[in-house]
Structure formats: C-alpha cells, structure tokens
Write a protein that binds this ligand. Structure first.
Ligand code: G6P
Length: 613
C-alpha cells in the first residue's frame, strides 16, 4: 500500500515521477503528491488519482532534477489533500513520503506539539518530518542523513521513506523497515521506488534495501548504504526481472481482462523447466534441497491472504489427497495473533503474489522464530517474503497490475500442483500410472484454459442478467469450494455486489434462507465423485425459486436441465478443474463490473499490495 518513487540525476524529474506513480497506482489511489527541489521545496498534491495530480500540475512549475512522489492508500487520516504526501517540515525546507504505519505516532506527536510543532494533517506520517526537523535544530551542522537515522531510532512501526531537503539539494535519503523499497542505479542518476515497475524502463540494476537499512544517495557519488545502527553496508546490485510489455495494457480495455487472457501463457510459464512429461519428471529447483524436510514434516501449514488463501485451500485438498501429509490453511492475519502451535518439524508455506503482504510476512517471521521450515510461493522476485523464507518457488506469472488477482492465482495453483506431484511421487503415494496420467493432463492445462476463454461472450451475457442483483451466492464442493470462494471474491471486489462463496451442502445451514427469485446462485457442478450430491444441492435452490448459473463439464445433461444459464468447460481430472472453472467466473465478475460502470483495475478502497497489518 502506498507507492513511492523518487529521482535524482540530470534529467527533469517530473515526468519520471508521474510515470512512476501511474505504475504504482495499484498500491493505492486515495491521493497523490510530489515534491520537486527548485529554489524551494515545491510540493504539489491532490486528492484522488494520479491523473488529477497531473491536471493540477499542468500550469505549475515542474522543473527540477531531484524529486519525490507518492500515491496513497489511506490508513490514518481520511483521503484528502491535507493528508496526501509529501509532508513538509515546519520550516518548509524538507519534504518526506512514507509507506507503512508509525505505531507510536501519538506519543511522538504529543511531544512535538509540546515543543511547538504545528501539524497540518491527521496522518501518522507527519510526525516523522517534524521529528527530523527537531533533531536537526538541536544539533547545528548535523547532516540530514544523521538526523533521519536518529529519528528512525525513535520510531515503532513500519516504514519505507524518502526525504529531500533544500539545504542539501543534491541528496535524497531513503530508509526501510517492513515496507519495500528499492534503489535503481542508472548512469549518473538514481531512482528509489516501492517496486521495480516504476523504474524498469530506466534501469534494471537495483539494490533491494533490507529492513533497518538507509540509502544515502548523492549526485555524482556512489550509492552509500548503512543501517539504522550506523553500520556501513556494501550495496548488493541485482538485475530486475520485469518485462516492460507486461506493464502496458496493449489492446485490452483493462489490465484485468489482459491478465485473464494471459493465463494460458502464464500457467505455461509457471511450469516451464519444471515439468517434463516425456521424462516423467516434475522438479522445482527452488525447493529441491527441502524435499526431504517436507516429506518428513509432521504437518504443512499454509498461510496467505485474499486470493492467495484460496490457492492455499486448493493446495490443502491436493496435498492431502496426493502426499497424505496433514495440511492446515490459515489466514495469515489470524495465524499471527492466536499464539498458534508450531513445531520445528512443521513446514510452513507462505503464498503471496506480491511477496509484500504484511500479515503473511509476519506469519513467515513467526514461523521462523518457532523453528519451522518456511517456504514461499511468490510472484515478485526479490520481494520481502521471497527473501525472508528459507526457500521457495516463484510463480513466474509476470507482473500483475489489476487489483483483482487472476493470473497470479492460477500460477500459484500451478506451482502448488507441481509441488504436490513431485512430493507424492517421492513419497511413493501414487502409482506410476496415476502420476503419468496427472502430469500428462497438467501439461494440457494451458491449452484447455485457452479453450475455456471462449466462454467470454456467454459470461458477458450472464453478466447482463446479474448486473442489477444485490447479492449472489457461489456454491461448490471439494476442489470447487475454493473456486466458489474465489468467484465470489472476484465479483464483490470489483462490482461491489455482495457475494458469498459456500460449500454447496453447507448452504442448508444458513444461506438457503436468502434464496428467492432475485438471487443468482452460481454453482460449480463439474464431473466428479460428488456430482450427484451437487445436483441435490441445486434442486434445493431450484425449489426455492433461486436462479441457477452453472459451470459444468462439456456434454453435461443433468445439471443443464436445472439451470437458467450454463457454461461448459473442457473435461479434465477433478483435481485440475479449478484451473478451468475459475476462468468463466473471472470473466463474469469482469463483465459485471464493467456493465455497472465500476473501475475494474482500481476498485474502491482496495490496494494490490497490502503492506499494513
Ligand atoms: C490484496 C489484493 C488481493 C490479494 C491479497 C493478498 O487484498 O487485492 O488480490 O489476493 O492482497 O496479496 P498477496 O500479494 O499476498 O497475494
């Protein structure tokens, strides 16, 4: 949450900052602002999206080769211009942007108020800049970096910050704890950003700041790093793994639709080099060293949030069926605060697209302190969770920009499937024939997903039907239960129609009371050993006049008879149905949101990367 971008060099900073903010807008879009070093610190900020900031700046002085910029997802203080970043010191000489939460801001603020500092906003962030100013005032000639360092020693909470000062116009200072920050190194210029997407077109050479590290960036000098404890560090330069074309919408109207359509390729990319049907090999290089540990594990605990949690539920069913190791799936936010029992011979798998979700990261750290082996399934290379885990496998779905996760989800399921298959084989829990049948079918999934995308027109037609509904119920059983949850999440997050996912049989214990002729019930009723049971659940809905929209296996007869709308998906093994069943549900949510005039890529109140607890 909150996007940060900063530039120092010889070029005009403004266009770089604005473009960077657009790229980071998925991290929050409540307000946007920037500060340019001119003959003064020129701060410009507006409520709302980056485009509003751009309009505001049109007739303003946007010169300057040093600048910082921010797009906000509000935590403390409502989204308005006053609370937008950058925040300035009282003497107007310094400006600061921040991503994270300063937990002890009230104590710090009370002290600063006593000392005569005036606050313009209701944010937690503003205390930082006044604290820095106060320290500077108390120590004449103290360098900006030192004042920032001392201020940060007083802070409890999380931060990624960048500070500029007119007294030191050739310097920017960045520091990080708990919120991501990278420094990009160009030719005689530097960039700072929350993630690589904001700077990839200028440089691919980056340094990922670690928690408790500061970067002192001066024009014409090498990058200096040190810790908050004042220990010098040698920068470790890495290559950014982002492809620029993934950051553009191409011919698609929205990123979400583009990303839905990318799934045949992204799933194939997740499998690339890991699945070889001819040689009957499935191998995940990132976890090879840990295979024995996983096989000996007492238990696998999966921690995740949002869509990644749903991928975790699918993995639970798969791991228990194929590997026969007990699996628990936990919302990371619950896991960390309920004093969970974690054994040293547990294996914890953290699933996260961004690799930055604060709760999931906290769960990783908790599990590590208890001595468990912690693996990551992340999409973003170099992300905090990817670095904090002992080992893991990247999903390689490519950059996902739409706030509603689509291709990252199917890529997570792909990696988790590969993991389950290679462990099951090593453990001897499935026969060679079964194993072969599964890997051969898995290889066909990208093609079948491509075919399933043909349901697009029908999904649009059904969207016309459900677009004015106030509620929707999604039902599924076994592997289709997590798909019901994910389908409902997609609809509610982008179209704002209240939707719930339920295990089809559980409907009798509550949601059935909601069913009437106004209620669309989306049932994933594909072939499998509980097909007949799901039909009974559909009958229960039907007899209460609910409208049935069903996702069935091609050639289905029985469910069709009971349905108002039917979407057919190709036949596959029961375990792999989620890959296909989710496609029409993603499309249904997408078209419904578009028809309702919603901002599909940037739904209200949401952010793609949730870096606050
Ligand atoms: C946010 C996003 C979701 C995502 C969830 C977990 O809520 O809007 O799309 O599933 O965070 O994010 P992660 O990056 O950890 O998968």
């Amino acid at each position: 949450m909150c996007g940060i971008v900063a530039y120092i060099g010889e070029k005009n900073a403004y266009p770089i900052l604005i473009k960077g903010l657009h790229r980071l807008e998925y991290r929050g879009y409540d307000s946007a602002g920037l500060a340019l070093l001119q003959d003064k610190v020129n701060v410009m900020k507006t409520k709302g999206k980056v485009s509003r900031l751009e309009e505001f700046c049109e007739d303003k002085d946007t010169s300057g080769t040093v600048g910082i910029a921010h797009t906000r997802w509000a935590t403390h203080g409502e989204p308005n211009e006053q609370n937008a970043h950058p925040h300035m010191s009282n003497d107007k000489k310094m400006a600061l942007i921040h991503n994270g939460i300063i937990e002890n801001y009230q104590v710090l603020k009370a002290e600063l108020l006593k000392r005569g500092y005036e606050f313009e906003s209701n944010t937690d962030t503003e205390v930082l800049i006044h604290l820095i100013e106060d320290i500077k005032k108390q120590h004449a000639n103290m360098q900006l970096s030192e004042a920032i360092r001392l201020a940060l020693t007083q802070v409890v909470g999380t931060y990624g910050i960048v500070v500029v000062s007119i007294d030191d116009p050739n310097t920017i200072i960045a520091a990080k704890k708990g919120s991501p920050l990278i420094v990009g190194i160009g030719e005689d210029e530097f960039y700072v950003a929350s993630d690589g997407s904001a700077i990839v077109e200028y440089t691919k050479r980056v340094v990922y700041l670690k928690d408790g590290e500061m970067a002192i960036i001066r024009k014409g000098e090498d990058l200096h790093l040190k810790t908050i404890e004042d220990k010098k560090i040698t920068p470790y330069v890495q290559e950014l793994e982002i492809n620029l074309t993934q950051l553009e919408k191409g011919d698609f109207e929205h990123y979400m639709l583009k990303e839905i359509y990318e799934q045949p390729n992204s799933i194939a990319d997740s499998m690339r080099g890991r699945l070889n049907v001819k040689k009957e090999v499935v191998s995940l290089g990132g976890i090879i060293e840990y295979e024995e540990t996983i096989l000996r594990a007492r238990r696998i605990i999966i921690v995740a949030c949002g869509t990644s949690y749903h991928a975790g539920l699918i993995a639970e069913y798969m791991f228990e069926e194929l590997v026969r190791t007990p699996v628990e799936v936990e919302y990371a936010s619950e896991f960390i605060y309920r004093d969970p029992i974690i054994y040293e011979d547990d294996v914890v798998i953290a699933i996260s697209q961004s690799g930055e979700t604060a709760d999931t990261l906290a769960a990783v750290n908790l599990a590590k302190t208890k001595g468990a082996t912690v693996l990551g399934v992340c999409n973003v290379v170099g992300s905090s969770i990817a670095r904090a885990t002992h080992a893991g496998s990247f999903t390689h779905a490519g950059t996902e920009i739409g706030v509603a996760s689509t291709k990252a989800f199917t890529a997570q399921v792909t990696v988790l499937t590969l993991m389950a298959l290679c462990l099951a084989k090593r453990k001897g829990k499935i026969s060679r024939t079964e194993y072969y049948e599964m890997i051969a079918e898995l290889e066909k999934i990208p093609e079948k997903v491509k075919y399933t995308l043909q349901t697009d027109a029908l999904a649009k037609e059904i969207a016309m039907y459900i677009k004015d509904s106030r509620n929707a119920l999604y039902l599924g059983r076994k592997y289709n239960f997590p798909i019901a949850l994910e389908g409902a999440l997609k609809l509610k997050e982008i179209s704002y129609i209240h939707a719930e996912g339920y295990p089809a049989a559980e409907m009798k214990h509550g949601p059935i009371a909601l069913i009437d002729e106004e209620m669309p019930v989306i049932v994933v009723a594909t072939d499998g050993d509980i097909y007949q049971k799901v039909i009974s659940n559909i009958e229960e809905v039907k007899s209460r006049k609910g409208k049935i929209i069903s996702i069935v296996t091609a050639g289905d007869v029985e469910v069709k008879k009971l349905s108002d709308y039917v979407i057919e998906i190709p036949e596959t093994l029961e375990m792999f149905i989620p890959f296909l069943a989710i496609i029409p549900l993603q499309l249904l949510a997408y078209h419904t949101a578009v028809l309702r005039g919603c901002n599909v890529d940037q739904p209200r109140n949401l952010a793609k990367s949730v870096t606050v607890e």
